[in-house]
Design a protein around this ligand. Sequence first.
Ligand SMILES: [Mg+2]
Length: 417
Amino acid sequence: MKRNNTAQPGVNRRQFIKSGVAMPCIVKGLKSTGYSENSSMKISRIEIFPARYPMTGHFKFFTGPHGSKGRAAIFVKVTAENGRVGWGQSVPIAKWSYETLETGTVALRDYLAPQLIGHDARDIVGAHRLMSGAIANGFSTGMPISRAGIDLALHDLTGRFAGKSLAQLWGRPRGGPITLSWTLNPKTLSEVDALMDEGFKRGYRNFNIKVAPNPEFDIALASAVRKKAPEGFLWADANGGYDPVTALAAARDLADAGVDILEAPIQPNQISGFQSLKKLGALPILMDEGVVSPVDLREFIRLKMIDGIAMKHSRCGGLISAKQQIELILSKGLIWVGSGLTDPDISLAATLGIYGAFGLEKPAALNGPQFLTADVLQKPLHVVDGKMEVPSGPGLGVDVDEVKVRALVGGESYIIE
Ligand SMILES: [Mg+2]
């Protein structure tokens, strides 16, 4: 590992190959869609750029001494022996889950990336196995948001090498455009009108509201939004902020106020609470942050805890897991909606790619374009009339401008090779 081009102790490629740990194993079922054997696609270098995007507006997750500094993002640039490059992005939010800009950087730099030097970039399943060997599970996959940055970069690199988009790698249609939902997180009810008007002006017709812990405020908020947007899709996300008793009452009242779905009403380890909420049936009950791996999702479905799931590849550990979860939901006839983590552009491109490929029907709560004021792309992604096109180019479909990336890096960046 190098820090600002200064040699540091680390794992070099030769040592790693000798260890015999990384035997490339091509993803099953993907051989015919571009994942094929070629030694020149072995990973020779991984660069890590910890950064923050500047923001606008109020969103509770980006407050406090760390959050108010901007949206944390760790850029991951993976280079193969043949010189091809893929970009990914880890998007931790300390107020959303336990991963932070600092811990994510250490996890990537000192644990995950060193395991992958010499590994075939197209063997993404194998890469996840190596990463799981470096950082073990907690209840589920360890450091999922951090590892998603690697997963994205490997999909980008694989797709670019094959000349295929995400959808083409998966043998699916590109899909899109993706209709977006405008996020409302007002501090007072008097702000609601102006916040909604801002969304309307940009072509948005659907709204997602942040609720909990105060149900009286939440019901008044939901009523106000429903009154001003009678036809829109209205989605309430509590981020685990109610206790189970409050959530049962709130679910009924939010349904009466015109809410369409209720996401993460209580903490994910309150399993009996989820079962009671689903059994009540006042609103479709969705989980988000509590579901990391497909194993979790399968178990929670069996336990009759949920009617569906709010997807985001970052909380799943990347696209491999996210794709499996969408496929599982579809096979069970359950609901899936698309959200994000105020995704910056590289992560957003991957999100659009998977939502388009799997035909997302409900408006997506992708609010990066609403709250972030910088980009790192040669051709930035745009919202037009409340919708975004699915990128069509190879890999994640966007071209990163490294000069823009470096301009967002506040401190040091790192090279692992
Ligand atoms: Mg959520």
